[in-house]
Design a protein around this ligand. Structure first.
Ligand SMILES: [Mn+2]
Length: 421
């Protein structure tokens, strides 16, 4: 018989002495070994600087000022886990101040993991197309909130401005886009995930998570997914992300997260990845691939293809783009994603430099650390053609144009004929 390692001592005693701050109370485990009853300071709580404390206080005051309001939280058109979880967290924090929030996006939930996340957690979000927006009474909203975006990636931004809904809160980690006039803004381009920022607000006490509240457990799980997915599964995470993840580990449901991550890719997404592999050209360690037309619902295949192409040997940056069409709304738009492992390449600068601005001076895209995206409206050429030759020709022109703009940056020494933009 194996000797009992605990012979002669009580197992319970040893455990209690490991955590002197924990009072011996009845515990309900959440599956991760942590309990809501655990008291005292969490050993990994981030220490806040006076500036950070001020920020927390300013946020608290804004929420207090808007007690009883109704707000609309705008996510980017294709919300990712970071946006979804941040928006949900904001809603739960705001609820404590009797602020009622509607979480709204205009595009599609495209990535299989996002669909699973929303379905499995019951994440309360609404899809409003620009068309639907016109029939809504926006006067009910006393303020709008932008999380994980600054309005540039949402079609709903213009409607908010037209309806004169004041911008109450902006919390984001993308580089500063247009100068937004918000009552409270917290923009941290060096932070890897908006979920990390929101988690820090939770840690600062704006909302006390409770493992006995199923909504809290699900929201913590969503935040864990959000910060993992924006840090390439924590591989690009910095200290603050690990600290946030450590905090969330007390509340999240690992089985639920696993279920979300197990969701499989659709055949259409696999086909887009296949096209990106076939069509890619590699120059100066950049891999560039146009994938042609794809359905609105499969839009997220583009960043997934870019994620895959950047894993090739001798490639540090991948750009994948295609024409996304929405059959219901006769809408077509060139959509692209950039992924890079090159520390010195700033995706935000790269995309702004490559594609420039539209007539209103708005950039076609931007980015954050190691990732970026762009959307170029097709204007008069938009609309699905019945004639396949025409569709082919149209793709050919856009493909050549996007490639040309990218290659100018990829091969800066190469001389391009004058007049070619
Ligand atoms: Mn993000």
């Amino acid at each position: 018989m194996e000797p009992d390692p605990f012979a002669g001592s009580s197992k319970a005693d040893t455990q209690a002495s490991d955590f002197p701050i924990v009072e011996p109370i009845a515990r309900v485990a959440n599956g991760n070994g942590y309990t809501s009853e655990r008291r005292g300071r969490f050993p990994y709580d981030a220490v806040r600087s006076p500036e950070q404390e001020q920020k927390v206080e300013a946020f608290r005051q804004v929420l207090e000022r808007h007690r009883g309001d109704r707000q609309i939280v705008i996510m980017q058109d294709f919300p990712d886990p970071d946006a979804l979880s941040s928006a949900w967290t904001y809603k739960l924090i705001a609820q404590k101040y009797d602020i009622q929030c509607d979480l709204v996006y205009a595009g599609t939930l495209s990535h299989q993991e996002n669909i699973a996340l929303v379905r499995l957690t019951g994440l309360p979000l609404q899809r409003w197309t620009v068309q639907a927006m016109k029939s809504k009474d926006l006067s009910a909203y006393r303020g709008c909130v932008f999380l994980d975006n600054q309005g540039t990636t949402s079609q709903l931004f213009a409607s908010m401005q037209q309806a004169n809904v004041p911008i109450t809160v902006v919390i984001d980690h993308h580089s500063m886009q247009d100068d937004m006039k918000a009552e409270f803004s917290d923009i941290r381009p060096h932070t890897r995930a908006t979920a990390t920022i929101l988690t820090q607000y939770l840690q600062a006490g704006l909302l006390k998570l409770d493992t006995n509240v199923s909504e809290h457990v699900k929201c913590a799980t969503a935040l864990m997914h959000g910060l993992r997915s924006d840090t390439n599964r924590l591989m690009q995470a910095q200290e603050e992300d690990f600290l946030a993840a450590a905090y969330l580990s007390r509340f999240y449901d690992s089985h639920l997260l696993n279920a979300v991550l197990q969701s499989s890719r659709s055949k259409q997404v696999m086909d887009v990845i296949e096209r990106s592999l076939k069509n890619r050209i590699v120059q100066n360690n950049f891999s560039i691939a146009g994938v042609g037309y794809l359905r609105y619902d499969d839009r997220d295949a583009i960043p997934q293809a870019a994620d895959f192409l950047v894993t090739e040997e001798n490639v540090h940056t991948a750009v994948v783009y295609g024409i996304v069409h929405d059959e219901d709304e006769e809408l077509e738009v060139v959509v692209g994603s950039l992924r890079t492992n090159k520390i010195t390449l700033d995706p935000d600068e790269f995309i702004k430099e490559a594609f420039g601005q539209d007539a209103q001076g708005r950039f076609f895209g931007g980015g954050r650390s190691q990732a970026g995206g762009f959307e170029i409206p097709m204007g008069f050429l938009s609309g699905f053609a019945e004639n396949s030759d025409y569709a082919k020709m149209k793709w050919g022109v856009y493909d050549a144009q996007v490639k040309q703009k990218l290659l100018r940056l990829v091969n800066p020494e190469q001389n391009y004929p004058k007049g070619v933009n």
